[in-house]
Design a protein around this ligand. Structure first.
Ligand SMILES: Cc1cc2nc3c(=O)[nH]c(=O)nc-3n(C[C@H](O)[C@H](O)[C@H](O)COP(=O)(O)O)c2cc1C
Length: 195
């Protein structure tokens, strides 16, 4: 079974980023994926460069075990959050190379984290991940979820689910024998003689 995990770059007790990712994970589950929200509040993580704690390995294992990853970030001062970047910096190719990644941005203001998601795309490229084309942004996040954490706007909920669905579908496709055989042929293809 395809497995999709989500990492939220907010440690707030009431986090719209986690709420948004929960909806995106539903989209992955709707397409047959096993899903898990990896809540960084449950991990005792050092800052990158400090000695690893046991929870660093636990985080790496959770992501290594996944075929696809959803990354959600609040917009902090026009960028993605340091919490998420630090978690990513504690990981690397072993966790991300060749995997599908979907992005979700959440902001207090009107932009929804569009700029930060462009930055995260660059980070994921450096991790050799495949970032799916769809992404979802949640502007004015404090108005977008009810007391139970459910989205109040159907269109926004659909866009979030679509990101999760794309990650689940491309992850499954990527593992198919046909895709694996194409990738193997790609690796051994001779150079374009016309180039
Ligand atoms: C340090 C900090 C910086 C922020 N900077 C921005 C910003 O530049 N633009 C914006 O629209 N919202 C900004 N916000 C608001 C957050 O994006 C918003 O509260 C979001 O819901 C936080 O995510 P969370 O609910 O998952 O914790 C900022 C919040 C904090 C705490």
């Amino acid at each position: 079974m395809t497995r999709v995990v989500a990492l939220a770059g907010s440690l707030s007790d009431v986090s719209r980023t986690r709420m948004a990712l929960t909806v995106a994970l539903q989209g992955a589950a709707d397409h047959g994926a096993g899903t898990e929200l990896v809540d960084l509040r449950d991990f005792d993580l050092p800052l990158c460069g400090q000695p690893d704690t046991p929870d660093v390995e636990r985080l790496r294992a959770a992501v290594q075990d996944a075929d696809g990853v959803l990354l959600g970030t609040p917009e902090y001062h026009g960028g993605y959050s340091g919490v998420l970047k630090n978690a990513l910096d504690l990981m690397g190719f072993d966790e991300f190379q060749g995997k599908m990644v979907g992005l979700v941005g959440v902001s207090g203001g009107a932009l929804g984290g569009t700029g930060p998601l462009s930055g995260l795309r660059d980070v994921c490229r450096s991790l050799h991940a495949w970032v799916v084309p769809k992404q979802a942004t949640v502007p004015h996040a404090h108005r977008q979820f009810d007391e139970d954490g459910q989205p109040v706007d159907d269109g926004m909920a659909r866009r979030l689910r679509e990101v999760g669905a794309q990650v689940a579908r491309f992850s499954a496709l990527h593992q198919s024998p046909e895709a694996q055989s194409f990738l193997a042929a790609w690796e051994t293809a001779y150079e374009n003689p016309g180039a």
